[in-house]
Design a protein. Structure first.
Length: 600
């Protein structure tokens, strides 16, 4: 409690450690003026329905007016979100955010007719209009992105029916969310100091890192005892979610839910298949790491609850925020002077909200839109983990900066598929830098252990999830009932396959599927694994010292959504339809595993 009591109030935080939102609006009255303008534009845009097919000039006028509305709304959103996130106790700021979110719903409804009308217009008519008015050329990819799904858009009455059922389709995920965050009551356990603590998702993760094996075991068993009691309910919610995905895919004439989810993001299914196949081929590396863990922990049996305890002590590396900025600039210097110049802009021009204060939201993120700076929220602590967070979020911000400064508004954002690559590439580069510039064996062991755990948790574990997700969707599609027992048996077998014979697959782990929120996100988790592996390969290219490879990477940052994600990554030097980038990531994992084995 003392830490919470000692936190400064928002108005006590030094100005230089806060982000400067006056670069969006000079004051609150400017925000209110823009809010009123957007409200009026919402009304005006809603009246454009039915006009874009009249001629080329009307199509251009409609598109530019809709995009202008979105652009102005995004500034409102960034301003309100950024202001409210740093002081959630301020009712006025929360009220602003609530109003902006409600306005966002109105913005969406005002243009809901746009995509169906473009699809109805068709590619031939759009080509003709583009010849009539060449200014439409700059929206060519925007039209293509809409038209690519034309075979999967239903007649208007059926689309309305599906839209009306949206809240029904969302109910399995909502029910899981309520269960997970509110209704599941976890037991108390001893935290190792004689103190009883009630388990939660966060406390569970912390206690699994305990050096006391009894604490880890009791925590694991107590935590899963709750999921055991509710396994049939949780099977029902997940089964319903999978059925929704499969129903929509069938209704929209896709072969599978996976095809639908991936085609909407312009990702070929071969990316998914290649990931799983490559991970299968490299499971012996994970088994080696598990065996090393068993050896270092010196236990007769290694259990699933032993997989998160650090293999080395935390180093005494401390970084003030100013020291961390200096280290980040040194590590990121491999990108060259232009990249560094923009990182310095971020550091020196108050793009970052640095320290924790009362009412500030937890965690860290990079946020910004086309006409704002890419702001970074931190809750700074003077340690190595926070240095990693700084370079991670800076990776996102530089991606946003380069995209918005090199693309027109309509292509100034980027796909979720490539979003984590820029941030994780920075993490890889920081790891390379720290390993080269530290002589303390304890620091090196800690960094190697953290890196290997990162690969375990991001490439191997997320691919395990992706494989399970594919299994339950194809099973439901073929008519099988997704009961708790059915999923438990498959998940336990899959877990044994991934972690190998050196770890006991405790019976509780069969229930792990029941607590993973990402299974409700419709083929999302695989992107964590592909993104991490791509970042690893890109970091190797950048640190090679070849200026052409650095230039190719910077061009990826500049590309926004001007091309499909696979083409953008190919130009950067990574073909994500082939296994080479995954093999490179596993080669690096093996090299660093060899290093850690020698040191321990």
């Amino acid at each position: 409690m003392s830490k919470i009591q000692n936190l400064p109030k928002r108005n006590e935080v030094p100005r230089e450690l806060t982000w400067d939102l006056t670069t969006i609006y000079k004051n609150h009255s400017e925000f209110e003026k823009s809010y009123d303008e957007v409200k009026k534009q919402v009304h005006d845009v809603s009246r454009l329905k039915g006009r874009l097919g009249q001629n080329a000039e009307q199509l251009l006028s409609v598109i530019t007016r809709v995009l202008n509305l979105n652009r102005k709304y995004e500034k409102l959103y960034v301003y309100a979100q950024s202001a409210s996130d740093v002081d959630t106790t301020n009712n006025d700021l929360q009220s602003d955010m609530d109003r902006v979110e409600k306005l966002g719903s109105d913005v969406g409804q005002a243009q809901s007719w746009l995509e169906p009308e473009i699809i109805a217009l068709g590619s031939d008519k759009i080509k003709q209009f583009t010849q009539d008015n060449p200014s439409l050329k700059e929206y060519g990819r925007l039209f293509d992105e809409i038209l690519v799904n034309k075979d999967h858009v239903l007649p208007e009455d059926q689309e309305k029916l599906l839209a009306g059922a949206a809240t029904i389709f969302e109910s399995p995920e909502k029910t899981f969310g309520i269960l997970d965050s509110s209704d599941l009551k976890f037991p108390e356990v001893d935290d190792g100091s004689g103190k009883k603590v009630r388990l939660s998702n966060g406390i569970y993760s912390l206690l699994l890192e305990s050096q006391n094996p009894t604490v880890r075991k009791n925590t694991f068993k107590a935590f899963y005892s709750t999921f055991d009691q509710f396994q049939n309910t949780l099977a029902s919610t997940l089964s319903s979610e999978v059925a929704v995905h499969n129903f929509e895919a069938q209704t929209r004439k896709y072969n599978s839910a996976r095809e639908m989810a991936m085609s909407e993001n312009e990702i070929p299914e071969v990316v998914y298949r290649t990931l799983i196949q490559s991970v299968h081929e490299h499971l012996p590396l994970l088994h080696r790491y598990v065996a090393l863990r068993k050896k270092i922990l010196n236990v007769p049996e290694l259990h699933m609850y032993d997989m998160y305890v650090p293999l080395s002590g935390k180093p005494s590396l401390k970084y003030t925020f100013d020291q961390a900025k200096e280290e980040a600039l040194k590590a990121l210097s491999v990108y060259g002077p232009d990249y560094l110049q923009h990182v310095k802009e971020e550091f020196n021009n108050r793009w970052i909200d640095v320290v924790e204060n009362k009412g500030k939201r937890t965690g860290a993120y990079s946020s910004g839109m086309y006409d704002t700076n890419p702001f970074v929220l931190l809750n700074w602590q003077d340690n190595l983990d926070n240095l990693y967070t700084l370079v991670h979020e800076t990776g996102h911000s530089m991606h946003s900066y380069y995209s918005s400064h090199n693309q027109p508004y309509q292509y100034g954002d980027y796909s979720i598929f490539v979003a984590e690559i820029a941030s994780t590439t920075n993490e890889n580069i920081l790891t390379d830098y720290l390993l080269k510039n530290n002589s303390d064996p304890e620091v090196i062991k800690y960094i190697l252990n953290s890196y290997l755990d990162g690969v375990k948790g991001t490439i191997f574990r997320q691919t395990q999830f992706a494989e399970f997700e594919e299994f339950i969707h194809t099973s439901e599609q073929s008519g099988k009932s997704l009961t708790a027992d059915f999923m438990n048996k498959y998940y336990l077998k899959l877990n044994q396959k991934y972690y190998g014979d050196d770890v006991v697959s405790d019976p509780e782990i069969r229930l792990e599927w029941s607590r993973i929120p990402h299974f409700y996100y419709d083929f999302y988790v695989y992107q964590y694994a592909t993104g991490f592996a791509a970042a690893s390969a890109l970091a190797d290219r950048i640190t090679s010292g070849d200026p052409e490879k650095v230039a190719a990477y910077l061009n990826y940052l500049k590309s926004g959504s001007s091309k499909d994600p696979i083409s953008i990554m190919k130009a950067a030097g990574v073909d994500m339809t082939k296994p080479d980038y995954l093999n490179q990531a596993f080669d690096k994992f093996e090299r660093r595993l060899n290093e850690l084995e020698k040191m321990l």
